[in-house]
Design a protein around this ligand. Structure first.
Ligand code: PFF
Length: 452
């Protein structure tokens, strides 16, 4: 228990479940499959794997080290490690602001998911004809009332867990939900793979098409890797501050990364073979899950209805454990300003729900669809900022701090649990990675992607 408040995860298993819960979310199940399909399947996957295992995982270890070393929230952690350079606190601030924006858009999409879960359960989706799902989704998502109800409902669940505390709320819920999530996903994969024509879907997901892997695609792979692992924004600093003192940060990071990656791949395996088997369009983009999958489920009859419930439940649970980590980051910061945990969680929830509602109203033909920055509607702007642009910028600042401004001895001491864990040559490799490779790669991809 590293934090001043005495809050922390009770065990390594609990810490892994909570951090994997943060990592596994809409990014894996809703976003990864359609981006991977869009930018060349296997070609995208190759680049994505490099980003995940070299840059994302290195960042995760770095954030855990910063968090556990200081036991502070991101705003205080940086200046604590560099007391003579208090301006580093702005890196923490940038991360928290990004968390705030991500949470707003996350709530909107989680609200849609919860609504679809409800509509699967009550049979509403089963009553819609195949060509009616596009209209159903856009009418629902652009309407003023219903999406807001589900956003608020989802936020209430999230806040409830946060108010429960780190061990009794976040850790307990993650330990319960993560295994359920894996089982539900495996059930869907088995069903999808046993449909006639499933192999075409697998080919779409894994066959490398390098012609589709543009500069934009590479930036998207980087943004996705960081977004999916929840790194760069300080959330893992927060969870790092809750890590048990004897936790092996390297092993824990490997577990979380592998788990996050595996679930993204499994989500692709659950979705594309079914989409192809039912003759649907795999390039459905963000609407794939809400407009194409329901057609797939309906074509499978009663069994499909069960799978529809299972799928939207899975997506809602995955979204919940991620939203929890985002709200926790904001709550930890506010409660360190001498406001209690409950009050902090409520204040942050109210603040973020305002932005979420405005974002929801600006989606599609919503009542605020005229709210634009440049030619982007607010919702699309937030999606682009939080999915592609801000994570690499925050990650770059974090890794520069870590590689160039934090004391190497402190890093090694923390990674090796004060010399009790052998890290051998890994420290040379890791230090090279965080000092040179990761910052250079982040910088190059970011600049070239932005120019493109
Ligand atoms: N990793 C989550 C996902 O893949 O859906 C989203 C996320 C959570 C991003 C927490 C960033 C974060 F700090």
């Amino acid at each position: 228990m590293a934090t001043k408040s005495g809050e922390g995860f009770s065990s390594t298993f609990g810490a892994i479940m909570a951090a994997a819960g943060s990592a596994v979310g809409l990014g894996n199940i809703w976003r990864f499959p359609y981006i991977c399909g869009k930018y060349g399947g296997g070609a995208f996957l190759l680049v994505y794997i490099c980003f995940v295992f070299f840059i994302g995982m290195a960042l995760m270890m770095s954030e855990f080290v910063i968090g556990r070393r200081t036991g502070e929230d991101p705003m205080k952690a940086y200046p604590k490690l560099r007391p003579n350079k208090p301006a580093w606190r702005f890196v923490g601030l940038a991360g928290l602001l990004t968390c705030f924006l991500i949470l707003a858009i996350y709530l909107v999409i989680s609200g849609w998911t919860l609504n679809y879960f409800w509509e699967s359960l009550t049979g509403t989706l089963a009553g819609i004809s195949d060509d009616g799902f596009g209209k159903h989704f856009s009418e629902f998502a652009s309407s003023a009332g219903r999406p807001v109800v589900f956003v608020v409902l989802f936020l209430v669940f999230t806040a409830f867990v946060i108010i429960g505390g780190v061990e009794k709320g976040i850790e307990r819920v993650s330990k319960l939900l993560m295994p359920i999530l894996v089982v539900l996903l495996l059930v869907l994969c088995v069903r999808s793979l046993t449909l006639d024509g499933a192999s075409e879907g697998l080919a779409y997901l894994f066959h490398p098409d390098f012609s589709k892997l543009t500069g934009e695609g590479i930036l998207a792979a980087l943004g996705q890797a960081l977004f999916s692992l929840s790194v760069g924004m300080g959330v893992m600093i927060v969870y790092g501050s809750y890590l048990p003192v004897d936790d092996n940060i390297m092993k824990t990071s490997v577990w979380i990364t592998v788990c996050d990656f595996a679930i993204a791949i499994l989500a692709g395996i659950a979705i594309f073979p079914a989409v192809f088997a039912c003759g649907q369009d795999p390039t459905g983009g963000p609407g794939l899950v809400y407009q194409v999958l329901p057609v797939v489920f309906n074509s499978l009859g009663t069994v499909g209805r069960v799978f529809s419930v299972v799928f939207f439940l899975l997506l809602s649970l995955a979204a919940l454990t991620s939203a929890i980590s985002l709200l926790e980051a904001l709550t930890q910061w506010l409660s360190s300003e001498k406001i209690g945990r409950t009050m902090s969680a409520i204040v942050m929830s109210v603040a973020v729900v305002v932005l979420a509602v405005v974002a929801s109203f600006s989606f599609g033909d919503g009542i605020m669809s005229g709210l634009k920055v440049g030619n982007l509607q607010l919702f699309d702007l937030l999606d682009k900022l939080t999915g592609t642009i801000l994570p690499p910028i925050c990650a770059l600042m974090t890794i520069i701090f870590f590689g160039w401004f934090m004391k190497k001895d402190d890093i090694i001491d923390e990674l090796s649990n004060h010399g009790t864990v052998k890290i051998g040559y890994f420290k040379v490799f890791y230090y090279f990675l965080v000092r040179f490779v990761a910052p250079a790669a982040l910088l190059v991809v970011l600049i070239s992607g932005l120019i493109n």
